[in-house]
Design a protein around this ligand. Structure first.
Ligand code: ADE
Length: 232
């Protein structure tokens, strides 16, 4: 039977899902609260990981070890890296890559962790397609794009940094947890997808845009996740 782990970095990214679920159990581990229960008839574990790559990686390992989740979904907000992808649109990950890993001096690719043999962590194709289909049905006004999510322990709000993420990594959006979730899920052979609604454009206006749009973007994304899990 499926058990879906749903991770948001911040409370506002998971609060609407937690409100909708029937909670059977709350487990505290590594300063995170894991809400186990049923959402729209589906067995889920919903958790706020905290911000950044380390929190996200730890969170996935707990979902694997303690809860034996069968799938992992990362819901939340991100900065757009593409002029066509606007605030309020959604990006679903084809794959994920770090933008702040650099061992290029030893001949590795930008973003490649030495000796891992891969720098792209590939999302589950069926979950990606399902996200697109369900989004078109339940949120027809929201544009959905599938492409690469690039992550790092950095809030990006600078044009030259943004340009690097586009030119070097080919990112569609940037955030601070997705690739760590992708890496940890891959190491545990758990299919994953990252779904992010755009809260800002990762540029100088991000400081203003992010607080203005994060709540609606996070809620739209959570709504999409609540629908798509029923079809997994
Ligand atoms: N999450 C939302 N917007 C972001 C940005 N511009 N950089 C990093 N993480 C984000």
């Amino acid at each position: 039977m499926n058990k879906i782990g749903i991770i948001g970095a911040m409370e506002l990214e998971v609060e609407t899902l937690k409100e909708k679920m029937t909670i059977n159990n709350i487990v505290k581990k590594a300063s995170m609260d894991f809400y186990e229960g049923i959402l729209n008839g589906v067995s889920v574990v919903i958790v706020r990981s905290g911000v950044g790559k380390v929190n996200a990686g730890i969170c996935v390992q707990i979902l694997a070890d303690l809860f034996q989740v069968t799938h992992i979904i990362n819901t939340g907000v991100a900065g757009s890296l593409n002029a066509k992808i606007d605030i309020g649109d959604v990006v679903v990950s084809t794959d994920a890559m770090y933008h702040d890993v650099d061992a290029t001096i030893f001949g590795y690719q930008p973003g490649e962790i030495p000796q891992m043999g891969q720098r792209e962590f590939i999302a589950d194709k069926a979950l990606v397609e399902l996200t697109q289909t369900v989004c078109a049905k339940v949120n027809p006004d929201i544009h959905i794009f599938s492409g690469r999510v690039v992550s790092g322990d950095q809030f990006v709000s600078d044009k030259s940094v943004k340009e690097r993420l586009v030119n070097v990594f080919g990112g569609f959006c940037t955030e601070m947890e997705g690739t760590a979730i992708a890496q940890a899920a891959t190491l545990n052979s758990i299919p994953f997808v990252i779904i992010r609604a755009i809260s800002d454009k990762a540029d100088e206006a991000a400081e203003m845009d992010y607080p203005a749009f994060e709540r609606k973007a996070a809620a739209d994304c959570a709504k999409l996740v609540a629908h798509m899990i029923q079809k997994i």
